[in-house]
Design a binder for this molecule. Structure first.
Ligand SMILES: [Zn+2]
Length: 116
């Protein structure tokens, strides 16, 4: 079973400073790498799971070669249809993952669960 993209190592090591320093284009590339971690950052069709997709660079969208569905890096996520910069989306993910990891560490400590 594929690991959820929020649990990947690339997502857990994000820092806010590095995100904003790298800029919008790098944030877009990082978001793609996190979103499609199981295919090394290469987009996978959300409808038919086909790996042959065309990149529509002017709109930052992708088009499936098999079913012709168009999708973006945020389709199927809570960020879909949000008009936010990619650095802000990546920063939101970093904040969420940092908070969740702290909560899980505290819960493990409270229940005396050894760290993995
Ligand atoms: Zn498809």
């Amino acid at each position: 079973m594929a690991q959820h993209f929020l649990l990947t190592a690339a997502c857990r090591t994000l820092s806010l400073r590095a995100i904003y320093k790298a800029g919008e284009e790098k944030a877009y590339e990082q978001l793609k790498a996190i979103r499609w971690a199981s295919s090394a950052g290469k987009p996978v069709c959300l409808r038919c799971a086909c790996v042959r997709v065309y990149h529509i660079a002017t709109r930052r969208r992708f088009k499936c070669a098999a079913c012709y569905a168009q999708f973006s890096v945020t389709n199927g996520t809570i960020f879909h249809s949000r008009k936010m910069a990619f650095v802000d989306l990546l920063a939101a993910i970093a904040l969420f993952v940092n908070v969740c990891s702290k909560v899980s560490v505290r819960a493990a400590r409270n229940f005396s669960i050894p760290a993995a």
